[in-house]
Design a protein around this ligand. Structure first.
Ligand code: FE2
Ligand code: FE2
Length: 370
């Protein structure tokens, strides 16, 4: 693949805030002996699998508009299968897809910037040598993710402002002085949401450059989540009950900021406003989609059912590392009930979910040659 031309600097920059005061204790480790083998292996994998955005992704093909607007979903629901979607003109379909995606991808981009800064913090704050090594590779990965998402958004639209919920989450993770809280907030909740959502979007999208980009990024995110799982599984059993409860609360608050629409600050709330800009009345669209509810449910069922990133990934991760007490399960259930109704909450409760054993393979399934 020929290297792409270096990308021009964007004409518009994300809004610069005043910054957030952060805290951590930088911990030396004078020992240098291997302590956690699994993390050393992950570090070796990360070194092996570095990639270069301008060389390895085929930027020359640009965005395929038709393919881009062929598939459209909201929160994983296949809107593009509906009569409502088919009734829109190709131009409107492109506008709705382009604007909604650039809003979502802008938030991914901002999240990546937060991840970049937190990974840098973890180099200082984690106490084990290989965990510092690993966090250094993740810092590099996240820089690359900021680079590619910024470049792709630029092909669609300008960069949208960060959602208030995501901003608060990133501020909280950057500001907490405890590395275990940072690791849960970033590696488990944020990275878990990102990995699940990126992979989902990759599977659903038919736009070749976006599919390729999300595959590369998801491979890195699989390692980042793996780091959180492996590291915290070692550490959590050594915490007191009180410490565990505090970390659980931090995990819940992090997830709540992203998915709880009661405060009106989630991404879902903003996406509807974007439809209006594209010339589609959100209230009318919702009404028409509600009339096709059964068809949507059928399609979801045909594709093997669907769970959101929290119930499909973040909760199983918390369970795997021993941070999912009955108390925490109750908090999640109340939140789901308030957002999606009692029935959904009960279904989530009764469903046993398991994390894929090999996350990197889970990402690669069907995409080995990308
Ligand atoms: Fe990332
Ligand atoms: Fe990441």
């Amino acid at each position: 693949m020929a290297p792409a031309e270096p990308l021009p600097l964007p004409e518009t920059q994300p809004v610069r805030s005043d910054g957030v005061r952060t805290a951590l204790t930088a911990i030396y480790n004078w020992d240098y002996e291997p302590e956690i083998d699994q993390i050393r292996t992950l570090y070796a994998n990360a070194l092996e699998r570095q990639w270069i955005a301008v060389r390895d992704l085929d930027w020359s093909r640009g965005v395929d508009k038709e393919a881009f607007s062929r598939q459209f979903s909201i929160g994983g629901l296949p809107v593009s299968d509906t009569e409502f979607w088919k009734s829109l003109s190709p131009e409107t379909r492109w506008e709705v897809s382009r604007r909604s995606a650039s809003f979502m991808l802008s938030n991914f981009l901002h999240g990546e910037q937060g991840a970049l800064m937190v990974a840098g913090q973890l180099v200082n704050a984690v106490p084990h040598t290989e965990a510092k090594f690993y966090a250094a590779t993740q810092t590099m990965d996240e820089a690359r993710h900021v680079e590619v998402f910024a470049a792709y958004v630029r092909l669609l639209d300008e960069v949208h402002e960060i959602s208030p919920g995501l901003k608060k989450l990133l501020d909280n993770v950057l500001a907490t002085p405890h590395w275990t809280f940072k690791a849960v907030g970033m590696q488990v909740v944020t990275e878990g949401l990102a990995l699940y959502t990126f992979r989902d979007m990759r599977n659903q999208s038919e736009e070749p450059l976006l599919k390729q980009l999300l595959t590369y990024v998801s491979r890195d995110e699989a390692r980042h989540t793996g780091y959180g799982i492996k590291y915290l599984s070692e550490v959590v059993p050594r915490l007191s009950d009180a410490e565990r409860a505090e970390i659980e609360d931090f995990a819940f608050e992090s997830a709540r900021l992203i998915v709880d629409s009661r405060a009106g600050t989630t991404m879902r709330d903003s996406v509807l406003a974007i439809w209006a800009e594209a010339g589609v009345d959100p209230a009318e669209a919702m009404e028409q989609l509600a009339a096709e509810r059964e068809l949507i449910a059928q399609r979801v069922q045909q594709s093997g059912g669907r769970m959101g990133p929290i119930s499909g990934f973040v909760i199983p991760t918390l369970q795997a590392i021993g941070l999912y007490s009955e108390r925490l399960a109750g908090h999640f259930e109340d939140m789901f009930a308030a957002n999606f109704g009692e029935e959904t909450a009960a279904r989530i409760r009764s469903h046993t979910r398991e994390l894929p054993e090999d996350l990197e393979r889970w990402v690669d399934e069907g995409y080995e040659d990308v």
